[in-house]
Design a protein around this ligand. Structure first.
Ligand SMILES: Nc1ncnc2c1ncn2[C@@H]1O[C@H](COP(=O)(O)OP(=O)(O)O)[C@@H](O)[C@H]1O
Ligand SMILES: [Mg+2]
Length: 336
């Protein structure tokens, strides 16, 4: 597409977001941002704009938030939300993306697959997620926040496509070497190596995929790779085996995205998949219990939310933390 938002320069004035787009309804909120639908005035095409309020932020924090665009603009893949450009004014920072019209994956499954939820559907969704991650990982980019609200669905050519969104915590590494990159992300989906403060790398995203696959097939959250028969009787052995390999505590032998795509879980000839009605019921309860939908509300970027990000990328001043006032408790560590 031939436009780069924010780059339209009129003699003497750079066009702002409002000159080019009309903002419409809210599509979603995260801990850092509010995402709205918007219409490009000239073409009448629909997009999504992620708005990050700068209120209460210092300059380095704004710069860290703007990192998202530096990573996302390196990515061009069917299973990754497409980025079109950015705008910045005194109040807000705005990133324009393709509009994903199916909502979050879990919400979509609950609403649209209520009477037809089965392993073969989950297989299609997981194939998209692994394919997107494989692409990121070959570019040495770790998403670091794979979780339900960051997996959005859209319909392309009458087919459901899952796309990774929210590269706000993503980080670029150098090759395969593990590094100390900080404790970020969402507690429930964090790999053990991150929780333990060890060096880590791309395998952390695969751990999160293990949690997602476990959620989708049972409607419950894993506590290790165990499969209580109450929830797992109707699920195939190949699914359980893939989950075991994703929830492998040893990051060095954990299955990679490329290997996962070759796992027998994706074999179209495998056993017929059964209707997973109970999983839908449990998934509904599970999503209702979680805070994702309201996490932080609107325009709630604060220093404390940013503290762990800052800590992971800024050198600490001698003898103290960069943000002495910011708490580092679990709530703060919950991701943007
Ligand atoms: N391109 C998009 N199209 C439609 N909805 C989106 C898009 N990007 C994000 N969303 C929705 O907005 C929510 C918040 O966006 P996200 O980038 O995750 O913000 P945060 O960094 O605050 O978590 C997402 O969970 C998703 O529901
Ligand atoms: Mg998010």
């Amino acid at each position: 597409m031939d436009f780069s938002c924010g780059a339209f320069v009129c003699p003497g004035r750079r066009l702002g977001f409002d000159d080019l787009y009309e903002e419409e309804e809210v599509l979603g909120t995260g801990a850092c941002a509010i995402v709205k639908k918007c219409i490009h005035r000239e073409s009448a095409r629909e997009y999504a704009v992620k708005i990050i309020s700068k209120e209460g932020m210092q300059r380095p924090e704004v710069e860290i938030l703007s990192e998202e665009k530096h990573i996302i603009k390196k990515l061009d893949h069917r299973n990754i939300v497409k980025f079109y450009g950015s705008f910045s004014d005194a109040k807000d920072y705005r990133l324009v993306f393709e509009l994903l019209n199916g909502g979050d994956l879990y919400q979509y499954v609950i609403k649209r697959q209520r009477t037809s939820h089965c392993e073969s559907n989950v297989m299609r969704y997981m194939r998209d997620i692994f394919t997107g991650l494989q692409y990121c990982h070959t570019k040495n980019i770790i998403h670091r926040d794979v979780k339900p609200p960051n997996l959005s669905l859209t319909i392309e050519d009458k087919r459901e496509v899952v796309k990774l969104v929210d590269f706000g915590l993503a980080v670029e590494t150098k090759g395969k070497a593990r590094r100390k990159l900080g404790d970020l992300g969402t507690r429930k989906y964090k790999a053990p190596e991150m929780v333990q403060g060890l060096k880590y790398g791309t395998p952390i995203d695969l751990w999160a995929c293990g949690c997602v696959l476990y959620n989708l097939l049972s409607g419950t959250h894993p506590s290790g790779a165990s499969f209580p028969s109450l929830y797992w009787d109707r699920v195939s052995e190949s699914s359980k085996d893939l989950i075991k390999q994703l929830l492998n505590e040893d990051q060095d032998s954990r299955i990679t995205a490329a290997e996962a795509l070759n796992h027998s879980f994706f074999n179209p000839m495998r056993e017929e998949s059964q209707y997973l009605g109970d999983a839908i019921m449990h998934l509904t309860e599970f999503t209702q219990k979680e805070m994702w939908k309201t996490a932080g509300g609107v325009g709630i970027v604060t220093n404390s939310v940013l503290a762990p990000i800052m800590a992971s990328v800024m050198p600490s001043p001698p003898g103290g933390s960069q943000h002495a006032g910011a708490s580092m408790d679990d709530t703060v560590k919950e991701s943007c």
